[in-house]
Design a protein around this ligand. Sequence first.
Ligand SMILES: O=P(O)(O)OC[C@H]1O[C@H](O[C@H]2O[C@H](CO)[C@@H](O)[C@H](O)[C@H]2O)[C@H](O)[C@@H](O)[C@@H]1O
Length: 365
Amino acid sequence: MTKQNVVPADVVAAIAVASSYPLFPYPPPRAGGRKKYLSQLELRGGRISAWVDSMKASSPTHDKGVVALSGAPPSVDACLDEQSAWVMRHPSALTKFEHIMSASKGKQIVMFLDYDGTLSPIVDDPDSAFMSDAMRAAVRDVARYFPTAIVSGRCLDKVINFVRLANLYYAGSHGMDIKGPKKPRHTKARAKPVVFQAASEFLPMIQAAYKALSERTKSTAGVKVEDNKFCVSVHFRCVDEKSWSLLFEQVRSVLKEYPKLWLTQGRKVLEIRPTINWDKGKALEFLLESLGFADCKNVMPIYIGDDRTDEDAFKVLRDRGQGFGILVSRFPKETNATYSLKEPSEVKDFLVRLVEWNRLSMKAR
Ligand SMILES: O=P(O)(O)OC[C@H]1O[C@H](O[C@H]2O[C@H](CO)[C@@H](O)[C@H](O)[C@H]2O)[C@H](O)[C@@H](O)[C@@H]1O
């Protein structure tokens, strides 16, 4: 086995957990082409246990204790085989760096970056998910050469506050709230700054749901309800697993009062959002269009993300046959991304290499 193929014990444990929930692959299954949101019908019963099981399966690297609860785990060899097969299907973007760069020759790279789990490591307290100075410097350098957007589930103000870089495009609330730099560097297409909100009419409803969710779940120890302006996050990372069903029931009882809101799931978080046809994929398309690349053949969008919501953007790139997605994950997940990176530190390495590659190729011109 080569050094590259050695799989750390915690990753083996994580694969074991993921494999123990075969019915709840990542991302959630799509039924009849529609996204797997918790509909009003499902809210009345039926598939609730599936959601609680899916909560158990989410982000297994951060919950090694689950292994013991999940019955007989697959053997270590089976885990290693699965890991290797997955890496073959989604090779490291660092290993394939030269290949990626030769595919981008003559094309304008546009960089899209998710925030949590991509630029900042996952931590228990969402308010402390800071990115390192080294990562900030890498993003700043990338943005000097390429149009760069941060696409996050966080509300716009919060993600801007974490990243603290001008000259970027920011898409908060899962792409529902978009703002470009005051003086865009790269676009010739439009001098006007980009500003867009996809769900303004939902604001009062989302705010009311935020209050109701905070009130209804306050008896559950460890829960954190986060106001992300056009969506609400109910975090269960610090909630005892024995209380997850109860928490889900509490969230469900609130959602019954808001038929125009639906539920999705991220890493140890339930996300409540408006029932509109808008997601990170749509935000990516909107930004490409705003930058003047709508029908352009010579553009190479690169989207790096770690979460289920990023799959919408990976899929858009796959369907367009343009650019590619990079999934940040230490263990196998079903994904529409082409390449993978293990963790935020590898994302930084990739960004640094990209800048270096650009410097060298500019010199050579
Ligand atoms: O689209 P993203 O930028 O990845 O945002 C998705 C959610 O990220 C945050 O939650 C996640 O990160 C937290 C901090 O590391 C972690 O505690 C939590 O368990 C993760 O789900 C954020 O707090 C959410 O509001 C975002 O929707």
